[in-house]
Design a protein around this ligand. Sequence first.
Ligand code: FAD
Length: 340
Amino acid sequence: MQIQRDVDLQSCNTLAVPSRAEFFCSVTTIDDLREALSWVQKRQLPLHLLGGGSNVVLDPEIPGLMVRMDIRGREVVSQAHDHVVVRIGAGENWHQLVEWALSNGFYGLENLALIPGTVGAAPVQNIGAYGVEVSRFIERVDGVTISEGEEISLRAEECEFAYRDSVFKNRLRSRFVITAVVLRLSRRFQAHTSYPALQDVLGEGPVTAERIFNAVCQVRRSKLPDPETIPNCGSFFKNPIVPWDLYEALAERYPGMPSYDASSNIGPARKLAAAWLIDQAGWKGKAVHGIKIHQHQALVLTNPSRLPADVVLDVASMIQMEVKAKFGVLLEMEPQRIGS
Ligand SMILES: Cc1cc2nc3c(=O)[nH]c(=O)nc-3n(C[C@H](O)[C@H](O)[C@H](O)COP(=O)(O)OP(=O)(O)OC[C@H]3O[C@@H](n4cnc5c(N)ncnc54)[C@H](O)[C@@H]3O)c2cc1C
């Protein structure tokens, strides 16, 4: 493992914000990772983690050591007639895992095709798309504690998965490095096609896992900008979950407002579509200070001129303020800020 000084991270984040890490290394093994942990401990420096950089907003200067997770490996741990358990290295590419699973007849991940990034980051925000979240398949998350370098595993129940949320974004943030994810996939295909956009593309005919995979890729390519050509980090805001009384007041004022059930043991609640709120506030397709709100998906802020994080965050807070003023709803940022 080689530690480099003053490393340019602009090509390591899909939003393409200019950023430099004081120190940087890639780790390919747990031993490498332990070495990096003791290196920062000796120098009392902060440690940051990076996968594919598709869900982060990086500060211009990042003090301490940025560790890029590159631990690979796909292993079938056990098989039964109806399911298979696989253990995947944190540095594996997520979409390639989906393709591999499908080609082996391991089903479940089709709806999550084409989500950028690494397997290790997938549990962090419990990635989800088209009605499916990764938490549904996670049996266990393996990792190393940052303070002790101790290898531990968390069962799914301990990961506190919720909508775009988990223990890794909260209590274990900056405390735990995910080194592998253990998934239980089905050998029997079960279709999840509740999303209207997916149904439209699927049309008539028998629904197979391959057809869902292709439909998801088609819908995503038509709606989302490719970060390779138009820098972005996907949805910039989470869909807000609001209490029932606020939902009812809004639904009366805006009868066409989309909403979904989000009730839990805490009580009845509704999830609103952040894209709809942003669109209604007049931001869809708009460009401000060089940041463009994508014309096909108002949740995506694009950064075509590769401007720094503060410009992106300024535009994001303008959107938050206008949505709050119009609907009384606070939009929470989805990507993680690193460096501040
Ligand atoms: C075009 C586009 C479309 C997207 N669509 C979706 C979507 O449909 N659904 C969805 O949920 N997300 C989506 N995203 C967001 C993003 O792809 C996911 O959140 C993805 O899981 C991030 O992976 P990454 O490897 O790039 O993580 P990074 O951006 O590198 O890191 C994200 C966070 O996880 C932490 N982290 C990374 N690796 C580890 C590790 N091994 N251990 C502990 N912490 C770690 C980082 O420190 C950071 O806080 C999209 C992004 C883009 C650009």
